[in-house]
Every structure is written in C-alpha cells, then in structure tokens.
Write a protein that binds this ligand. Structure first.
Ligand SMILES: [Fe+2]
Ligand SMILES: [Fe+2]
Length: 368
C-alpha cells in the first residue's frame, strides 16, 4: 500500500504566512562554564522544577460557552464600559445598541486580547532564543533556554484556546509588531532584554492579571495562573541580569537605556484599540472613535487605573533596581515623575517577589 506524500504548501502560500526580520546582533559562544551567578542558578533550577505540561496539566475537555463567559465576567473590560457610556451620547453610531451587542463586543475584545497575547508570546519566544545566542554568560544562556520553552508553551496554549474554544483570532496589532520587531533586529543584547524582560513582560503580567481577575471560566483561569507563574520568573531574570550589567555602563550608555524606557512607556501606543474589533461589529471605526473618546473623558482615568497601577507597580521598582531611575541625575525619575508614574517607587521588585507567583508549585504542594 502506498502512502501519498504530505502536501507541501507552495512558495507563495508560505510567504503570505511569514514575516522575515533580520537580526543584527553578534552570536556569542562562551568557553566559561563556571556557575558563577548563584541567583541565576537558583532561578534556572526553579524554572526546571515548575515546568508544566500544556496537554496534561490543563483540562481541554472543559466546555466553554463564549457568550455566557462574557456575560458573567466578574470585571467588565474597560473598553466595554466606555462603549456602554458612548451608547447614550447624542448622535452616537452605536445608539441602538443593547446588552446583546455589548456582550458581543465584550467577546470580540476578549478574542482580540488573547490574540495579542498569542502573537506577543511568539515574539517572546524569539527574543528568549535570541538571548540564548547573544548573552555572554553561561548561566544566562541556560536560563534563557528554559524561557524559550516556556514561551513556546504560552504561544501554544493561547493559540489552542482561541482556536478550540473561541473560534477565531485577530492579526497582530501593528504597534506590538513594531515594538517586538525592533527588539529582534537590535544589535545590542541588553536592549532585547530590557524591552522584553522588563517592559513587555511586566506589561504582560499586568494584562494577564487583569484578565484573570475578570475570568470565571475554569480552563482560562488555570491557563492564566500557570502562564503568570512563568512570566514572573522571566521578569526576575531580566532584573538580575541587567542590574549586574548596568552597574558597569557609563552615564552616557545608561542615558540611551533611559531614553528607550521613556519611548516604551510615555510614548507607547501599543495598547490602542484594535480597529478590527469595530469592523467585526459592523461599526465604522472612524465614526465611533470620537464618541469613545468623549465617553472616556467623562469617566476620568478611572477606567484603566487598575491596569496602569498593576503595570507601573512592577515596572518602576524593577527599573529602580537596574539603576536606571536615578542615573544621569535622576533623568528618568524626573520624566516619569512628571507623567505621574512614580507612586509605586517603593514597592518590591520582581527579583525579590517572583516566587509568590508560582501557582504551579502551589498546586503541586496540595496535590491539585
Ligand atoms: Fe510568556
Ligand atoms: Fe515571558
């Protein structure tokens, strides 16, 4: 009996589904195998101990009803709250909307967010692999290799959840794509670390935490708890590595890193609403945005304050630990202070509290 050969997609089909990025960083082979960084050794050992299995640790047979899931969310999404307010504004293009449409919007937002998580996780997998190749320290190469595996698992579970339970995904937001592409292209290994391990991972921790707080569906809840266990270690890896490296850089070199952080925070637009959500709802994005802005302005900054607080309460102490808040006579402290972001200056950094996120170890200790 002959078996037909597997169908190989043609060149044009492949080209449509990939994006090529040229990485300018030199690869470093290290001949020094001494385990000279005990905190990274501890982190690596914990990463090995808390690996989880995406197939056997999550119950994929869980029945998920997307509509019911959104209708019973503990904490409605901020964009939904803004839309609810915009419904009542005179002349609003969504004036006819009721609960049904708002629930549908909630579902589209959930899909859009999970899609950005999925694409961002693939980016994190590539950056972690880049760190394996470009960092000069053996302990950091070992750790980044475990992170690469973590990020593969994260990409896989978000993709599977979207595909099996929600049905469809959204393309990557151009802002997130631009941010991650720049990190993959950069010739300086520490910039990939700073952008991914410190900024994007802290952002991810805050975003996953927000979604976990709102979630009532058990599969999504466990998936997020387990992903967050890994992410906290990833941030700790960045803090431990860069605080050593930045101790030896000149003020001029540190200034470049401070500018990078200003660009990635104050000037960052990566959280803008995906226009595709409105397109799928059959609403002209251009027509609805002014009403959303008006609705948001009447609600003050209370809508998104939970997320912002979560993000900066981690980011600011971590950046302080790297010495970047105070270098160059407090250049970054002054800029972030003016933007009102320094309320969290005295919180614990993630290198100190990452263990508290380890839901995998916690579940195992009670036999869950
Ligand atoms: Fe991840
Ligand atoms: Fe991560």
């Amino acid at each position: 009996m002959s078996t037909a050969p597997p169908e190989v997609p043609d060149r044009a089909t492949v080209d449509e589904t990939v994006k090529v990025i040229i990485d300018h960083a030199p690869r470093i082979f290290s001949w020094n195998y001494d385990r000279s960084r005990p905190q990274l050794v501890t982190l690596y050992n914990k990463a090995m101990g808390s690996q989880w299995n995406s197939v056997t640790d999550l119950d994929w047979a869980t029945d998920v009803d997307p509509e019911a899931m959104v209708a019973t969310q503990a904490d409605p999404n901020p964009i939904r709250l803004i839309a609810e307010k915009a419904v009542g504004l005179p002349g609003s293009p969504i004036a006819s909307w009721g609960k049904k449409e708002l629930d549908q919007l909630g579902l589209e937002i959930l899909k859009a967010q999970l899609s950005q998580f999925m694409h961002g996780e693939q980016g994190a997998m590539m950056v972690a692999a880049k760190i394996v190749e470009t960092v000069p320290w053996i302990d950091a190469k070992y750790y980044a290799a475990t992170q690469t595996m973590d990020e593969a698992r994260h990409t896989e579970v978000f993709a599977r959840y979207l595909h099996d339970k929600l049905g469809e995904s959204y393309p990557m937001s151009p802002f997130l794509e631009e941010q991650i592409t720049a990190l993959v292209e950069d010739s300086r290994w520490d910039l990939a670390y700073l952008g991914m391990q410190i900024v994007i991972e802290s952002l991810a921790l805050a975003a996953f935490g927000g979604m976990l707080k709102a979630a009532t569906e058990p599969l999504l809840k466990k998936l997020l708890r387990y992903v967050m266990s890994d992410e906290a270690r990833h941030v700790a890896f960045g803090v431990l590595s860069l605080s050593e490296y930045y101790a030896d850089l000149s003020e001029a070199e540190l200034k470049i890193r401070q500018e990078f952080l200003i660009e990635a925070t104050i000037n960052n637009r990566s959280r803008s609403t995906t226009p595709e959500v409105w397109e799928r709802m059959g609403v002209d994005t251009k027509a609805v945005v002014p009403y959303l802005k008006e609705a948001a302005s009447t609600m003050g900054n209370t809508v998104d304050s939970g997320f912002v607080a979560n993000f900066y309460s981690k980011l600011v102490p971590n950046v302080r630990k790297l010495g970047l808040l105070d270098a160059n006579d407090g250049y970054l402290r002054e800029r972030w202070g003016k933007a009102g972001l320094l309320a969290f200056d005295h919180g614990p950094d993630t290198a100190d509290d990452y263990d508290s996120y380890d839901a995998v170890a916690a579940d195992r200790s009670v036999g869950a």
